[in-house]
Write a protein that binds this ligand. Structure first.
Ligand SMILES: Nc1ccn([C@@H]2O[C@H](COP(=O)(O)O)[C@@H](O)[C@H]2O)c(=O)n1
Length: 620
C-alpha cells in the first residue's frame, strides 16, 4: 500500500474456491493505481495486486491448475496518476504495464480522446502484445489514413499447466462517443463477420469473452446467443464491466458472467472446474464434447492487504514481491512528481454521490448546486444576467471525505477536461424545461435526443433485478428491457453456496470509524446480491444504503428572490452538448449548434480546486 494509506480492518472472510481454471479480474480501474488512501477495504495499491497475483499464480502451479489475469478496460481517467500529468498518463501506462495481464480489452474511456486512442495503439497494445484483444474496434492510422484493427480480433491459446485450449474475444459495448481516429463496430454486426463465425466453430475447451460491457447488456446476450447457436456445449466464461458494479449472471448452466466493480476496489475471482478437455477423434477432425458436471464459482475480493494475506496464507514479511514493491515505488514516485498530495483545503464534512439522499446536506450534488456552481459559474461580461447551470451527475466520479482535499481528489471527483458552454438569453420558460427533459429517463420521445441514460452515474445506467423480491419481476429499465439474466428460468448453476448471514440493514460508513473493528462488529461495505446468491463478497460486511440520483442537476444563479427572470443564459458542462439543442427544441426554443458559445475559462476540475482553496481554509 502507499505510505499514508489506512491499514485494512480485520473482518470475517469467505474462502476462494479453486478450480482447474481460475481468473483474477479487474475492470474500470480508472487509474486508481494508488489504491484508496482513506478506505481500509480498498487500500492496497497496484503493486500489492502484482504481489498477490504472483502468489496466486504459484498456488495455481502447486495445485496443477491454471490462473489467468483479465482486465476489461477503462484503465484511464479518474485519478491523478493519469489525469494529473501533462500530457495525461505519462506515469500511468508504465505503472499499469508492470502487471502481467493475460487478456485485456478496451473501455469507452480509452476512446473519448484521439490522444488516448493513439496511446492505446502505440503503448498499451505493444506492452501487452498478443494478450490485447479488440474484436470490434478499429484504429485510423494517422500516417496512412487507413483503418486497421486496434489489436488482434481474437486469441487462441493453451493454458500453461493443463493445456486447456481457449478461444478468447475482447469486445466493447456499442459505444458512439469515440473520437474519430477509432471505429467501434456494433457487436451485432461483428458477430456476423467471417472471422467470428470461424472462431466459434473452433471447439475449444473453453470460450472466454472479455468485454467492456455490462453483464446484463444486450451486447453480451448477442455474443452468448451466437456462440450457443454454433456450439451448445463448450463452457463460456464472460468478464464484463462498464457499470462499476459487482454482478454475476448465469446465462446457462455452462456459462457464467462476472463484473468486478470499479476503481481498484474489487478484484474479481472466477473459477471453473469440470472442464472436459476435448480430444480429436481419430477418424476425422471433429472433436468430442463431453461437458458434464461443470461448475463455476465467483468472488469479489475487497482490494486490501488483510484479504490478500488471508487468501495467500502470507503475512507482511512474506507477501511483498520484488515486482510488487517496484510498482508501489513507481506509484509513490509518480505521486510526488505530480504533487498529488498537495492540499487545496479541508473538507468540513463527507459529501456523498449515492450514500446520502439527494437533495440533502450530505449530497455532493446538493453541495455543487447550492454552494459551488453559484460561485464559479461566472462570465465577467455577463455576470448580471441570471443563469441556469446544468451538470450531468455522471461527470462527478467520487465522494469527498471530511479532511484534507488534495490535488488527487480534484481528479477523483472530476477527472474530465470539461469546460462550460452556454446559449444566451433563452426565455426562462423554455430554459427551465430542459432539466426535466434531461431527467426524463427516456419516458418521452424527443427528436434527436441521445439516450439520457448516458448522463447519469454508471451504476444507474442499467437497472438490475430486485434480488429482494421472490418473483423474477425486475425493475423497469429505461427502455423497458427485461433484466434478470437472459433466460426466464433463473440461474442454472451447479455450484451455488448460499450465505445468508449479515442481513441486518444498518447504515455505516465504508471507511469505518477509526480504521479498526476491535469490538468484533462488522463494518460497512459491499453486500452484493447477484444471480448466484449473496455470498459473492470475500469479506462479510454490514450493508450500506445507496440512494438514486437524477441524470442532471441544476443551479439557479443570479436569480432575484422575488420573481423568476424573463430570460436566462443556459450554461452547461461540455459533455451535455448533444442533449441541449434537442432538449431546447422540444421546449419550444428554435436553437442550433451555432447558438452555443464557450461561457468562461477553466474546467469544472480547475474551478472546483479554486472554490475549495477559497472556501475550505480551516485546518484539518
Ligand atoms: N467527458 C465525460 C466523459 C464521461 N462522462 C460520464 O461518464 C459516463 C461513462 O462512465 P463509465 O465510467 O461507465 O464509462 C458517461 O456516460 C458520462 O455520464 C462525463 O460526464 N464526461
Amino acid at each position: 500500500a502507499q505510505p499514508g494509506a489506512v491499514k485494512p480492518v480485520a473482518a470475517p472472510m469467505r474462502d476462494l474456491t479453486w478450480g482447474q481454471l481460475n481468473f483474477l479480474h479487474t475492470t474500470d480501474t480508472h487509474a486508481w493505481l494508488s489504491g484508496h488512501f482513506l478506505e481500509p477495504s480498498f487500500s492496497a495499491d497496484w503493486g500489492d495486486y502484482i504481489s498477490f497475483s504472483q502468489h496466486m499464480r504459484k498456488l495455481a502451479d502447486d495445485k496443477g491448475a491454471d490462473l489467468l489475469l483479465i482486465d476489461t478496460g477503462d484503465r484511464i481517467e479518474g485519478s491523478g496518476i493519469y489525469d494529473g500529468s501533462v500530457p495525461k498518463g505519462i506515469y500511468q501506462y508504465d505503472i499499469y504495464a508492470q502487471q502481467k495481464v493475460d487478456l485485456l480489452s478496451t473501455g469507452n474511456h480509452e476512446l473519448y480522446k484521439a490522444y488516448s486512442i493513439d496511446m492505446e495503439h502505440n503503448t498499451t497494445v505493444p506492452n501487452f502484445k498478443e494478450n490485447y484483444i479488440a474484436s470490434n474496434l478499429d484504429y485510423i492510422d494517422p500516417k496512412t489514413g487507413k483503418r486497421v484493427p486496434q489489436a488482434q480480433r481474437y486469441r487462441k491459446f493453451k493454458t500453461k499447466n493443463l493445456g486447456l485450449n481457449i478461444v478468447a474475444f475482447g469486445f466493447l459495448f456499442d459505444f458512439t462517443g469515440n473520437a474519430n481516429n477509432s471505429i467501434v463496430q456494433p457487436v451485432a454486426d461483428t458477430i456476423k463477420e467471417d472471422w467470428f463465425q470461424a472462431a466459434i466453430k473452433e471447439k475449444p475447451d473453453l470460450f472466454v469473452v472479455i468485454g467492456h460491457v455490462g453483464v446484463r447488456m444486450q451486447e453480451f446476450k448477442d455474443i452468448f446467443t451466437a456462440i450457443r447457436k454454433e456450439d451448445w456445449d463448450t463452457p463460456i466464461a464472460f468478464f464484463g464491466g462498464h457499470l462499476h458494479i459487482r454482478d454475476a449472471v448465469s446465462y446457462d448452466s455452462k456459462s457464467l458472467a462476472i463484473a468486478s466493480g470499479r476503481y481498484l476496489e474489487t478484484i474479481g475471482w472466477m473459477s471453473i472446474d469440470g472442464i472436459a478437455k476435448k480430444q480429436p477423434k481419430e477418424d476425422d477432425d471433429e472433436q468430442v464434447a463431453a461437458q458434464k458436471g461443470i461448475s463455476f464459482s465467483r468472488k469479489y475480493i475487497d482490494n486490501n492487504l488483510y484479504g490478500m494475506y488471508y487468501h495467500t496464507g502470507l503475512n507482511e514479511t512474506t507477501f511483498p514481491t520484488k515486482e510488487g514493491r517496484k510498482a508501489s515505488q513507481m506509484i509513490e514516485d509518480a505521486r510526488k512528481a505530480l504533487d498529488l498530495d498537495h492540499r487545496y483545503g479541508c473538507a468540513p464534512r463527507d459529501l456523498w454521490m449515492t450514500r446520502a439522499p439527494y437533495p440533502g446536506k450530505d449530497s455532493i450534488y446538493s453541495w455543487l448546486e447550492e454552494e459551488v456552481l453559484p460561485s464559479v459559474v461566472v462570465n465577467e461580461d455577463r455576470k448580471d444576467k441570471p443563469r441556469l447551470a446544468i451538470l450531468n451527475t455522471g461527470g462527478i466520479r467520487f465522494d469527498i471525505f471530511k479532511g484534507p482535499f488534495t490535488r488527487d481528489d480534484t481528479f477523483t471527483v472530476s477527472p474530465f477536461n470539461s469546460g462550460f458552454r452556454y446559449v444566451a438569453d433563452v426565455p426562462y420558460e423554455i430554459a427551465a424545461k430542459v432539466i426535466g427533459i434531461l431527467n426524463s429517463q427516456a419516458k418521452i420521445f424527443v427528436h434527436g435526443l441521445p439516450n439520457t441514460r448516458q448522463l447519469t452515474i454508471p451504476q444507474q445506467m442499467y437497472p438490475r433485478p430486485n434480488f429482494d423480491e421472490e418473483t423474477e419481476t425486475v425493475e423497469d429499465g429505461q427502455d423497458g428491457v427485461e433484466l434478470g439474466g437472459f433466460g426466464k428460468e433463473g440461474p442454472e448453476i451447479d455450484e451455488v453456496v448460499q450465505d445468508d448471514e449479515n442481513e441486518e440493514e444498518v447504515r455505516l460508513e465504508l471507511r469505518g470509524d477509526d480504521g479498526s473493528s476491535d469490538n468484533g462488529e462488522l463494518f460497512g461495505g459491499y453486500t452484493t446480491k447477484d444471480d448466484i446468491g449473496k455470498d459473492g463478497d470475500d469479506t462479510v460486511h454490514k450493508p450500506i444504503d445507496f440512494y438514486a440520483v437524477p441524470n442532471c442537476i441544476q443551479a439557479e444563479v443570479g436569480f432575484s428572490a422575488d420573481e423568476k427572470p424573463k430570460a436566462v443564459d443556459l450554461v452547461f458542462i461540455d459533455f451535455l452538448l448533444p442533449w441541449i439543442i434537442p432538449a431546447l427544441k422540444f421546449s419550444g426554443g428554435d436553437y442550433s449548434a451555432k447558438d452555443v458559445e464557450p461561457y468562461m475559462e477553466g474546467t469544472l476540475t480547475t474551478k472546483l480546486a479554486e472554490w475549495i482553496s477559497d472556501n475550505w481554509k480551516d485546518e484539518c
